[in-house]
Design a binder for this molecule. Structure first.
Ligand SMILES: C[S@@+](CC[C@H](N)C(=O)[O-])C[C@H]1O[C@@H](n2cnc3c(N)ncnc32)[C@H](O)[C@@H]1O
Length: 321
């Protein structure tokens, strides 16, 4: 049996990186056109796509842990050198990890369609998505969607057609495909039609990236911090514009002078869970990010550290009164 660490070596961990957008040459050992697959599932398409495009560097995004493992086993067995995978929400990855005009082709095979109106917000393709692609795709770069849901292809057509950054081909039914995915085989076996849409970038869009070019946020407090003050932070939440955070749980070290706050922060709809540490420091106390959870340094993460420190400063001395 192959040692698992030898197989699971195709994953990139962007949270460990200092520089954004990412330096892709570093992960592939060469500079080459970037191809991206969103939601690669078991990785079959990604591996075959890489085999058919040896001139490209392939990046796959998935959120399912099981898919990450399965795809890496496949990459390893196929001995394909030009594929890397990332466990990350793809829209965030496209927005934060790629430079303007840098991706040659983005592929989306059979996304979860979320047909119910109340789940509409979960659909991957919307105007923001088109705007992000309008930024990161190369001039003439391609976004390609394949789905078994005609209404979904039509809705995507409307979104890209209305976007000033793309021209859209008409929707093709049952196009020949060099490689089929697991879902594709399933739907075809059931006699369903497959629809393909291709959008070509014609103009570049501006986007607002979130990851900050700053060191880890921290704040020193010169007044003593008491246990009563920290306990009051349980469920403390604050919101400012599109940034939000809440302290969900508080852990206290046995020596009672070090606290960990399990915190959830949101930048628009991108959510991160991490720990904020409150601990003594030579100049008083320090509030900072714990290094284990490694959140991206976004406005909401920075806001949570600063507002926790502010809370402690504002409530200093109140417990003795
Ligand atoms: C219906 S499956 C299709 C899988 C594969 N593309 C195929 O055709 O067999 C959708 C896949 O997208 C993944 N996914 C869903 N939302 C995602 C997101 N925001 N970012 C990355 N992957 C996502 C899911 O985990 C799942 O594996």
């Amino acid at each position: 049996m192959k040692a698992i660490h030898r197989v699971l070596k195709y994953e990139i961990f962007p949270r460990q990186e200092e520089q954004f957008p990412l330096m892709w040459e570093k992960f592939f050992g060469r500079s080459a056109p970037l191809f991206v697959e969103i939601g690669f599932g078991n990785g079959e398409f990604l591996v075959e796509w890489a085999r058919q495009h040896p001139e490209g560097n392939m990046v796959g995004f998935e959120i399912a842990m099981e898919s990450m493992e399965r795809a890496q086993k496949l990459i390893h067995t196929a001995q394909i050198p030009n594929v890397r995978v990332i466990r990350e929400e793809a829209r965030w990855g496209l927005q934060e990890f790629f430079a303007e005009n840098s991706i040659h082709h983005v592929m989306m095979n059979f996304p979860d369609p979320w047909p119910k109106k109340r789940h509409q917000e979960r659909r991957a393709i919307n105007q923001t998505f088109a705007q992000i692609l309008g930024h990161v795709l190369e001039p003439e770069g391609i976004f390609e969607l394949v789905t078994d849901q005609k209404w979904y292809a039509e809705a995507a057509h409307v979104i890209f057609n209305e976007s000033q950054f793309f021209t859209v081909s008409s929707i093709e039914t049952n196009p020949p495909r060099p490689v089929q995915t697991k879902y594709e085989r399933k739907w075809r076996r059931l006699g369903r039609d497959i629809y393909r849409l291709q959008a070509h970038k014609v103009a570049s869009a501006a986007i607002e990236r979130k990851i900050l070019e700053e060191p880890m946020p921290h704040k020193i407090i010169r007044t003593p911090v008491t246990r009563e003050q920290v306990v009051k932070l349980q469920n403390h939440q604050e919101e400012s514009g599109s940034t939000f955070f809440i302290v969900k749980e508080i852990y206290l070290a046995p020596e009672e002078n070090r606290y960990l706050l399990k915190t959830i922060a949101k930048d628009e709809d991108y959510m991160q869970k991490f720990f904020v540490v409150i601990t003594p420091h030579r100049d008083g106390w320090i509030v900072k990010l714990d290094t284990v959870t490694q959140p991206y340094r976004t406005p909401a993460v920075k806001y949570s550290v600063y507002q926790v420190a502010q809370f402690l400063e504002n409530t200093a001395g109140s417990s003795q009164q």
